[in-house]
Design a protein around this ligand. Structure first.
Ligand code: NAD
Length: 460
């Protein structure tokens, strides 16, 4: 087992960033050949180290091999494949129209890398969330410093070892550590910061970035609601919602956080949810080796305290030794209890019955804008109404999580759930500045723009 991650000193960090800045100035990271070769090399390295990645994720989060492949390794390989397929188009200057006042000129939007970028990752998908933004940063031509999460030390160590042995740290570096290291990093003159993590730390990052006017992407969290109406296919809805809630033991930024279910289908939904969990993990999920564990004791204690916030409907068993909590449906005492106030980030699922959809919409709109929203209905009118009246980052109608697994959709939050987005082309644009260039003709000159001139064109 790996020991705890140590902090990295301010001097080492400063030195690493200065070297990256120098390397970026030399220009090689901007060439398309270098970007493509590096992306291909990253894919090859991920494939080569697949077994070690699976072992590290098992140690840190008890992720099953299948879950590690689909949500971490396979996800990254697909992002790289998609990026390599489209990078020539994305990196090309985009010609745009010019106004009549600009007769004779041509205009372009030219993507250019920001320079030296910082990527700060959380612990819940510790390999994927550290590397997915790196793909966009490389594709756009930047150098990168990656700061993995200290709470998943085996994965953090592995990322460090892989990058140190395969890449020049002046181009791609990994700096390990926790809060102190991140604070040192935030003092450095980065050109862009990409942060994935909690809302409170997102505010710390943005405040630090503001001191140097460093642009940021903030991929944050919060409470993502789920709604099941009376026209929904209940067995399918229950299965898909259970999948979204039990994947990584609910430690997913876009996991359904709480449920509004129409009173007329509530009992049926609860039975079908129970059945789905049994189908996935058997009668005792705590004894199933494929079921994830809670990342550490602090989070385990935080989560088990929520079990006091209402009446348990199904599940509720916990195992302190293995840090596992059974998928649990509960009815919260009211909306003021912690389980209805905090982002749950675990396999506990509060259920609220409803009769009037308008009240559900008001409830959600009275709270911070969610990162995700999931609606289960067969009625397109209901889908239009919900999507037209609630602002949220992204989500699904009749599914959970899957909107983030397609490179064709940008992924990100809005309001408290985040700023900016990535995945697919959005990762490229997130790490690019679009320079506006007007190329003026020298064949003639429009004279009226000059002081004290007569209207007209002057042929040169
Ligand atoms: P976190 O905010 O505690 O930590 C994220 C990173 O910030 C870590 O690398 C950590 O070392 C660093 N950090 C922590 N405290 C800091 C401080 N005071 N100053 C500077 N740096 C600090 O988040 P977490 O617990 O690792 O992850 C869970 C959160 O992340 C949840 O809220 C979840 O919703 C969110 N999340 C969002 C996404 C997304 O894509 N939107 C994905 C995964 C997780």
């Amino acid at each position: 087992m790996t020991t705890a991650i140590e902090e990295t000193s301010r001097e080492i960090i400063h030195d690493a960033i200065i070297k990256q800045k120098q390397f970026f100035k030399e220009g090689s990271t901007k060439t398309l050949d270098m970007r493509k070769q590096t992306l291909q090399k990253l894919a090859d390295i991920i494939s080569k180290h697949e077994k070690e990645i699976i072992v590290a994720l098992k140690q840190d989060l008890n992720k099953s091999e299948m879950e590690s492949y689909t949500t971490e390794i396979g996800f990254l390989l697909e992002e790289i494949r998609f990026t390599l397929k489209h990078i020539d188009d994305w990196a090309a200057p985009v010609k745009v129209k010019t106004a009549k006042t600009h007769v004779g000129s041509k205009a372009y939007k030219v993507p250019e890398p920001y320079g030296t970028t910082l990527i700060i990752a959380p612990w819940n998908y510790p390999f994927q969330l550290a590397l997915a933004p790196v793909i966009g940063a490389i594709a756009a031509g930047n150098t990168v410093v990656i700061k993995p999460s200290e709470l998943t030390p085996n994965t953090s160590n592995l990322i460090k070892r892989i990058f140190d042995s395969h890449f020049n740290p002046e181009y791609l570096a990994v700096i390990e550590g926790g809060v102190e290291t991140t604070q040192h990093l935030l003092e450095q003159p980065f050109d862009y910061i990409f942060f994935t993590g909690s809302v409170p730390v997102g505010k710390v990052i943005m405040e630090a970035a503001a001191k140097q006017l460093i642009p940021v992407t903030l991929e944050l969290g919060g409470k993502s609601p789920c709604i099941v109406d009376d026209t929904a296919n209940i067995p399918l809805a229950a299965k898909r919602i259970a999948f979204g809630k039990v994947t990584n033991a609910g430690q997913t930024c876009v996991a359904p956080d709480y449920l509004f279910v129409h009173e007329s289908v509530k009992e049926r939904f609860i039975k079908e949810f129970q059945k789905a969990v049994r189908d996935f993990y058997g009668k005792n999920p705590l004894a199933n080796d494929s079921y994830g564990k809670i990342v550490n004791e602090r989070h385990f204690n935080r989560l088990t305290a929520y079990l006091e916030d209402g009446e348990i409907l199904t599940g509720g068993r916990v195992d302190h030794a293995s840090l596992k909590i059974e998928p649990t449906l509960m009815v919260p005492k009211d909306a003021s209890v912690p389980v209805m106030q905090d982002e749950i980030f675990g396999p506990i699922f509060p259920v609220l019955g409803y009769d009037d959809l308008n009240e559900v919409i008001d409830f959600i709109n009275d709270r911070p804008k969610p990162l995700a929203l999931y609606l289960f209905t067969s009625d397109d009118g209901v889908a239009d109404k919900v999507n037209g009246s609630i602002s949220y980052g992204g989500g699904c109608v009749n599914d959970t999580l899957m909107h983030l697994a397609t490179p064709y959709l940008p992924f990100g939050g809005v309001g408290e759930s985040g700023i900016g987005s990535y995945h697919g082309e959005s990762s490229f644009t997130a790490f690019s500045h679009y320079k506006s260039i007007l190329k003026q003709t020298t064949k003639f000159d429009v004279s009226f723009k000059y002081p004290n001139s007569k209207l007209g064109l002057k042929i040169i």
